[in-house]
Design a binder for this molecule. Structure first.
Ligand code: ADP
Ligand code: VHF
Length: 270
């Protein structure tokens, strides 16, 4: 069977910058195309798990606030409002393509505790067996560690969470959709001559040193958390690709193994 037709278990992570516009309002176009493309990939026989950020951003937009709230309890409240809205929209968009979605909200404790992690892993496999698309986010409204910076924490951002989920689900591939084409040799928002790196075979200190912070007021973590996620995915034998969420059609080529974005290549498992 060639790679084009091989069934693959794919975790796709989408960032706030892809789901919301710079004004803070929802990017419905992007959400619809994401839902359609993932539904189509599933129709092609792939198993899909979506890790979606956006709860705080969407909640902030729904409340009509100009900025992400600074106060923790307000961020958690915004997450509770935004998560509900986000799942409502995913249910609607995926539903248009006859796909059932399921919500999974996680904290660091859930993935660190071996019993909870085992339950989680069985739930994922049951959902996939039922033909569902699980949609995962951090449980921001019950855990402060995930949305505060500077804490000792297991999760802390959805890039890391998506790599943990990929490991738990024994995925074949992790794709991080961002507002940028991949890892560059410096932050393109600071250096217009920055060059895209197509393949990374190992996370060296040189690669780590390339990563800068977030690109927009809605994002968190920037490339630093994406490199950490790559390291974790590779340690599970899973390739990770960073690609631009503004070109959802690229997902077909990435799943088929084409040279799109930046591919972090895990050592072969066989
Ligand atoms: N070396 C680099 N290559 C690419 N992007 C970088 C680099 N260093 C920092 N960045 C920044 O990382 C941003 C993407 O991360 P982030 O803002 O957290 O978005 P997301 O919501 O997709 O997680 C880019 O917009 C870019 O400004
Ligand atoms: N869990 C938070 C997002 C955390 C996060 O990592 O955001 P992002 O950098 O946009 O992927 C939320 O749903 O708002």
């Amino acid at each position: 069977m060639d790679e084009q037709h091989q069934t693959r278990r794919v975790v796709v992570k989408v960032g706030t910058s892809t789901l919301t516009r710079s004004t803070g309002s929802l990017n419905l176009y992007s959400m619809e195309r994401l839902s359609r493309t993932l539904s189509d990939l599933k129709g092609m026989g792939h198993e899909i798990i979506l890790v979606s950020s956006g709860a705080i951003g969407i909640g902030t937009g729904k409340l009509g606030l100009k900025e992400r709230p600074a106060e923790l309890r307000m961020k958690q409240a915004a997450a509770a409002i935004g998560q509900c809205e986000m799942m409502h929209l995913y249910d609607k968009f995926f539903g248009e393509y006859n796909q059932n979605v399921a919500q999974i909200l996680l904290t660091g404790d859930d993935v660190e505790d071996p019993i909870r992690a085992a339950h989680l892993s069985s739930t994922f496999s049951a959902l996939l067996e039922l033909g569902c698309i699980p949609i995962v986010n951090e449980n921001d409204s019950v855990s402060s560690a995930e949305i505060e910076t500077g804490h000792a924490k297991v999760l802390g951002d959805n890039d890391t969470l998506s790599a943990i989920v990929a490991g738990l689900c024994k995925a074949d591939l992790l794709i991080l959709l961002s507002d940028i084409d991949g890892l560059y040799d410096s932050d393109p928002h600071q250096n217009p001559d920055a060059k895209l790196i197509h393949r990374v075979e190992a996370i060296t200190p040189e690669i780590q040193a390339l990563a800068g912070g977030k690109g927009s007021k809605w994002g968190t973590g920037g490339m630093v958390t994406k490199i950490t996620a790559a390291q974790r995915a590779m340690s599970h034998g899973i390739d990770m690709v960073i690609a631009n969420g503004s070109r959802m059609e690229d997902l077909y080529g990435i799943v088929a193994g084409e040279d799109i974005g930046t591919r972090f290549c895990a050592p072969r498992r066989d």
